[in-house]
Ligand binder design. Structure first.
Ligand code: SF4
Length: 264
């Protein structure tokens, strides 16, 4: 039996991999990593160290485009609700690899969904059919992300720097289009050059499509309107309070490998 862990470089995928390696041995495990080409440099360092510690090489697949190129090709700007990048850069390339390299009859997939997200599991399991998909972190003993990060430290693994810098996920260099305003505020504070790139890419898409589209939405005042990264940046720059204390900011969440699996 082959055991394939959907490896994102996030700490939950590491926790899943550790469990699967313990149960079945490193020789029976694959760590399948889809590279979006805008990952944080430190993600590759983490991948290398974690992979060496687990005794399993990383199997890297890549579409060859980054999310911004996907948005241009699809003529659709990814946003907190629909992110074509996840489908094109993660789900499709992983499915291609699975079809070429495994037999669904003797392969099990593992995703980093935990016990707080079990409502998402049925769609995920259905999306990866005909492969069987398991989520070991959704089963006891239940642990939260902080406990998993502590576990990683306790076995001598340096955790990915995006977590240390206050990001909720180690995906797409902290610039996930499914992230909320808090993620973008954090990105502006920590990696202004990445924010500037995203802001310029969003502006390019608005010109290309000739529409008032945006990654984020503004819900202040009870109505929902597009909120561009340029506007958010201006608001943050004008606000004298700590950026992360804004009560209207939300973190949002990344659903790569999960939310849209049924569409792959
Ligand atoms: S992490 Fe976010 S931006 Fe990156 S591919 Fe996934 S949904 Fe798209």
């Amino acid at each position: 039996m082959k055991h394939v862990v959907m490896w994102s470089g996030g700490i939950t995928s590491w926790a899943v991999a550790r469990l699967v390696v313990e149960r079945y041995g490193p020789e029976n495990v694959t760590l399948l990593f889809a590279d979006t080409l805008i990952e944080d440099e430190d993600l590759y360092v983490f991948n290398e160290k974690a992979s060496a510690q687990l005794g399993v090489p990383i199997t890297r697949v890549a579409d060859g485009r980054d999310p911004w190129q996907v948005f241009e090709d699809k003529r659709w700007l990814g946003n907190t609700r629909i992110a074509q990048c996840s489908l094109e850069l993660k789900l499709k390339v992983c499915r291609d690899w699975l079809e070429a390299s495994t037999d669904p009859a003797d392969t099990v997939l593992y995703v980093g969904i935990d016990w707080t997200e079990t409502h998402r599991l049925p769609a995920i399991v259905k999306g990866w059919l005909p492969w069987k998909t398991l989520a070991p972190l959704a089963e006891p003993p239940y642990r939260d992300k902080q406990q998993i990060l502590a576990e990683a430290r306790s076995v001598g693994l340096d955790i990915p720097r995006l977590y240390k810098l206050g990001f909720a996920h180690n995906n797409c260099g902290g610039a996930c289009v499914k992230g909320g305003q808090a993620q973008w505020a954090r990105l502006l504070a920590v990696f202004p050059e990445r924010y500037a790139r995203a802001e310029a890419a969003e502006e390019k898409m608005r010109r290309l499509l000739g529409k008032d589209v945006s990654i984020l939405r503004d819900r202040t005042g009870g109505t929902t309107r597009p909120l561009t990264l340029a506007t958010l940046r201006t608001r943050i720059e004008q606000d004298r309070t700590d950026q992360l204390s804004f009560d209207y900011l939300d973190w949002g969440g990344c659903g790569c490998f999960t939310d849209t699996a049924e569409a792959a």
